[in-house]
Design a protein around this ligand. Structure first.
Ligand SMILES: O=C(O)[C@@H](O)C(=O)CO
Ligand SMILES: [Mg+2]
Length: 258
């Protein structure tokens, strides 16, 4: 049975963040994810999860200075101490929120940076994260981001994600397969699912190219859900899209799965 989660950074944004948990549960979701919890004490988020019997399944390490165009610091040479403080902080939240997976964000490689050095820095920081996370039973996710959404992010292809997972040599580091980015960059999604298979730790979905509900656009999600079922995928599939006309009217696609 496939399991679905609502991304509360993109869905239910009609409501303030802490009210989105109730709305997701009311809509039938039993699991949620979001980008960042850091504006709120962990206890406040935990209260929402418990009150609405929701499982938190994923969130991200802090993004760095977003106003300056940063999107993660784990791949930025010279920022190792900050990256590791961020990882420690994220893992403290993961523990408090009983969240099984943490996405370690790499960062944008500006022209002033050396890409190979960024990759090495990322691998070292992911190794650090994986070792700390293993003590808590948490898995680390690495996510390729398409240049259309995040230009010059350290990696954009699922094959680069797989190579990074291989290179870090830790059993608790997985591919976070966002099928929206994957279609934009790699295509051939059925092959990606069957080849990556056991290396897939988390899946996210949205229509392509508009990043709306996964019931439109160029990707056939019922087909891909079936492909995930056939490889015995046991993780979550998170709805990470911008609703085209409000969250609730667009949830028809997920109703049969909740
Ligand atoms: O696809 C995305 O944008 C997100 O999953 C994310 O974590 C960071 O950009
Ligand atoms: Mg994503």
């Amino acid at each position: 049975m496939l399991k679905f989660a609502a991304n509360l950074s993109m869905l239910f944004t009609e409501l303030p963040f802490l009210q989105r948990f109730a709305a997701a549960a009311e809509a039938g979701f039993r699991a949620v994810e979001f980008l960042f919890p850091y504006d709120y004490p962990a206890e406040e988020i935990k209260r929402q999860l418990d009150a609405h019997q929701l499982q938190l399944v994923l969130f991200n390490t802090p993004p760095g200075d977003t106003a300056a165009g940063e999107w993660g610091v784990a791949a930025l040479p010279g920022r190792e101490a900050e990256a590791r403080r961020d990882i420690d902080q994220a893992l403290a939240y993961a523990r408090a929120l009983e969240c099984p997976s943490l996405h370690v964000m790499a960062g944008v490689v500006t022209p002033a940076l050396n890409a190979e050095q960024c990759r090495e820095t990322f691998l070292a920081n992911v190794g650090y994260a994986a070792d700390r996370a293993a003590e808590l039973g948490v898995n680390i996710m690495l996510e390729a981001l398409s240049p259309q959404v995040r230009p010059n992010y350290l990696f954009s292809s699922q094959w680069q994600t797989l190579a990074l997972c291989d290179a870090v040599q830790r059993p608790n580091v997985y591919v976070q397969l966002d099928l929206f980015h994957a279609q934009l960059v790699d295509g051939n999604l059925t092959n990606l699912i069957t080849t990556l298979n056991a290396r897939i730790g988390h899946v996210q979905i949205a229509s392509v190219p508009d990043r709306h509900e996964p019931d439109r656009g160029e990707t056939d999600y019922p087909w891909l859900f079936n492909a995930l079922r056939e490889v015995n995928y046991r993780g979550y599939i998170a709805a990470e899209y911008h609703p085209a006309n409000g969250t609730l009217p667009g949830l028809g696609w997920v109703k049969p799965w909740l």
